[in-house]
Every structure is written in C-alpha cells, then in structure tokens.
Write a protein that binds this ligand. Sequence first.
Ligand code: FCA
Length: 330
Amino acid sequence: MNFLKKALTVSAIAAASIVSMNAAYAEEVKIGFIVKQPEEPWFQEEWKFADKAAAEMGFTLVKIGAVDGEKLMSAIDNLGVQGVQGFIVCTPDVKLGPGMVAKAAANGMKMMTVDDRLVDASGEAIESVPHMGISAAKIGEAVGQAISDEVKARGWDLAEVGAIRVSYDQLPTAVDRVEGAITALKANGFPEANIFDAPQVKTDTEAALNAATTVLNSHPEIKHWVAFGLNDEAVLGAVRATESVGIAADNVIGVGIGGSDSAISEFQKPDPTGFIGSVIISPKRHGYETAMNMFEWVANGKEPESLILTSGSLATRETYVDVRKDLGIE
Ligand code: FCA
C-alpha cells in the first residue's frame, strides 16, 4: 500500500516536471517556414495560419521566401545560423530534394515539406521527409467534373470546345492535378484531340497568360474554351488570355485550385468572368497543422506522419463564402 502510494507520487512528480520542462522549452523553440512564392495569396495564408500556431504555442516562426534554388539553399543556412531547430518548406524546385536533405542535416534541423514533395535523382518521392500535400489527382478530377457540368449546362457541342491544359510538368503535383482534370473531362466525353498543352515557365498568372495566348492564337477554329491548371493563378492566366484576344466570358469556363484571394477577388467582380469556380483547399491545414506538427517534433520528439493528404471543396461565386466558412478559413 505504502509502496503504491510512493510510486504514484513519484510518477506524478515526474509527469509534472515533464510538463514544466516542455513549457520552458517552448520558449526557446524556433521554427522556420520557407515558401517558393511569397507574393502568392495561398502562401500568404499558409504563413498567416502558421503564425497562429506560433502565437498559440509560444514558439518563434521565421518566415523566408525563396524563389529559386540558390535563395533556398542560403535560406536553410540562414535558419541554421538563427538557431532554428526545424522548418517547413515549399521548395521552388523539388529536384533539389537530396541537397536539401543534406543541408538540413548539416545544420542539425528537422525538415518537413508542404505542398510540393521532394524527389530524388530518379524522380521518386523522398519518403523519409514528412510531407503534407493535397490529394492532387482527386482534386484535379473535381475540377474536370465541374468544367464538364458547366459545359453541359451551357449546352455546348463538345466538338466545338477546346481545353487549355496550363502545365508545369516538372512538378509532380501539377501533373497529377491536370491529369486528374483530363480523366474527368474524358469520362464526360471530351475529345482528347481538343486538349492543348500550354506550358508555363513559372507558376504565376503572367506565365500562364503567355502560355495560353499561344494556344488561343494557334486555334482560331475553336468556338468555346475551357481551362484548368495547377492553381488559381494558372487558370486566371488562361482566362485573362481569352479576354485579351476578345473571347466573351460566356464562351469560357475556367476552374482553378486554391480558393485564396486570387480566386475570391475574381468572384467579387461585379460581372462574372470565365473563371467560374475554384476547388478550395485549406491553407489552415497546410500552415497551422504543419507548424504544429513541427513544434511537436522539435519540442516533444513526435515525428509527423510521413504523408498527409488534404482534400478540396468546389466553390463558385455563389458558394465560396459558405465553403470557406465550413473549412474554417474565412
Ligand atoms: C503548389 C502550388 C500552389 C498551391 C500548393 C498547394 O505549391 O504552386 O499554388 O496550389 O501547391
């Protein structure tokens, strides 16, 4: 009896000191969050939600934008110098994977990726680095289905419809997203011969506009256009291209992926444009949750799951307010 009481007391004291140790340690935790395109609303929102996690848990969040490989490598060193113990990164180039793994290790930092998953020299995902990404193929299919539904609603003859595949094929998630859209389009009878590739040199709106303009100029025979791509910026670029060559909005159907400010500003325009929808994904999960995962790893040694895939919900100008509210990202 006496022994049991003593044992319980000892373990209670041990538990209490673990809690207080963690509280003291939390003061010193520094977590980095590197993104490839800091001006893109999606990444702004990711950072915003990561900041919330930092405020809640009391750790310091160091945010760095790294638009190319050179900036990324010096950003990792920079975090190391600042005494950061672990960081989350959306890299500008997934092929830098092995170099990034080495650099994080050399700086004694834990690393988790978000959005874009690192690949090794043979193009295979590096599974040892925990990753949170979107269910790219499924979300792409939702895009293709939304486009097909709208094509039907408008009563278009499929033989007269062209599709712009705004592509960025060096990024696996981009390929999965557009191929998902194509799968759904084809399942709905879309003729493969009418799908035209528009490779963008960067993943922003301007690059997509340039790529899509080339496709439009090469196919004057097409009457109606649909567009899909990696994200909202890609689809907005294609929609801007149709406008610049004088195609009316009611001859255009674009559905993006993201649902951050780029899409919302478009939905808020008084006159509907050809950008009719976006599959909203969650910057809260990708920002808040990854930051929490990293905090748990650094402070409590709990390694994140190796692969976390998040889902998306289709939104239009009529529904986006409610969809964002449901996702907790208003
Ligand atoms: C990629 C894209 C971003 C966003 C993210 C989830 O990094 O470039 O726009 O869609 O995946």
